[in-house]
Design a protein around this ligand. Structure first.
Ligand code: ADP
Ligand code: MG
Length: 313
């Protein structure tokens, strides 16, 4: 894999102040990188901060602290972001978790998909734009005849595919895909996963692919990060994470992947995770590279145990 960094996240925090006494640390001191052309899977239960991280990266929020560096530009800096905004809007796109609320109900499918092309002035003639819309509909498996219909006339899965077509039509270099397949039928899920793989291969698309469990991301991701409660708790190449999970939360996620064969599923032990198992009162946890490219969030004492598990010492 190409190891050129497209995105560097350094000690990024995104805190939301709800009132005078309550702060939600949705993203809390996270550090990692995404390489050009890779699909980086991000998993974690609902409320762990995945969407907030994805949205922070494309600058829908002002970060509370830390740095976001995209293709060498420190876009967490307001001035730099402003200067690069036009380019960034073309280069980075997001597919929202819930496309229903992100599609304008008064616009036709053709206008929705062509909107970014229009804003960016990529094709001048209406005909060129329309051809691109047809190409995108075909790519996401929607019928040509839909172009003059409105979002409300579609199912959730179809709307999601309209959102995907819109995000991809300006040929972005980097995409945040926030649970893009959660609302789709299994057969269409596989189709969309294949589409991302194809775009990765053919256009060197880089993608932060967010999901709430580990079943689909395994097939799509080069590397996977696991989030819990605003923290990245583990990160490794996909196979490494599946074969040698270290953090108890990752183990618990892996143990709850649905298994199609009920005979096997019955015999399997689900591992429960309880974060009170960590005693971080004095022995503070850190983000540590425990083996090459495999990172874990752990205290010194935990690291000794994990090292033994991995047979490092
Ligand atoms: P996930 O995508 O993993 O389900 P989110 O990033 O949506 O998690 O949310 C993480 C936490 O941050 C949750 O506790 C959520 O309620 C809170 N949160 C997210 N967005 C906001 C916001 N705009 N204002 C206040 N709290 C928020
Ligand atoms: Mg989310």
């Amino acid at each position: 894999m190409n190891k050129e960094k497209i995105l560097e996240i350094k000690n990024l925090s995104q805190h939301f102040k709800l009132d005078k006494n309550t702060v939600v640390k949705a993203v809390d001191d996270i550090t990692f990188e995404i390489y050009k052309g890779e699909i980086f899977g991000l998993v974690g239960e609902s409320g762990s901060g995945k969407s907030t991280l994805g949205r922070s990266i494309i600058k829908l929020y002002e970060p509370t602290s830390g740095e976001i560096i995209y293709k060498g530009n420190r876009i967490s800096d307001k001035k730099i972001y402003k200067k690069e905004k036009k380019y960034l809007n073309k280069s980075m796109q997001i597919i929202f978790q819930d496309s229903t609320s992100s599609l304008n109900p008064r616009m036709t499918v053709a206008d929705i998909i062509a909107e970014p092309l229009k804003i960016q002035g990529i094709y001048n003639s209406k005909e060129e734009r329309l051809n691109k819309v047809y190409e995108m509909l075909n790519l996401v498996g929607l019928d040509k005849s839909y172009i003059n219909r409105y979002p409300t006339e579609f199912s959730g899965g179809q709307r999601q595919r309209i959102g995907i077509a819109r995000a991809l039509c300006i040929n972005p270099e980097f995409i945040v895909a926030d649970e893009p397949i959660a609302s789709l039928d299994v057969s269409i899920q596989a189709q969309i996963v294949n589409l991302f793989k194809k775009l990765q291969r053919k256009r060197e698309l880089t993608c932060l692919f967010i999901a709430h469990d580990l079943s689909m991301v395994r097939h799509i991701s080069d590397r996977i990060g696991v989030m819990y409660n605003g923290k990245l708790v583990e990160l490794a190449e996909a196979n490494e994470l599946y074969n040698n999970p270290i953090h108890p939360y990752t183990k618990s996620l892996l143990s709850s992947i649905p298994i199609p064969d009920p005979r096997y599923a019955r015999r399997r032990n689900k591992i429960k995770y309880d974060n009170s198992m960590h005693d971080y009162s004095e022995d503070k946890p850190k983000w540590v590279e425990i083996s090459s490219g495999h990172y874990v969030y752990a205290s010194e004492k935990e690291l000794c145990i994990y090292d033994q598990e991995l047979n490092i010492i």
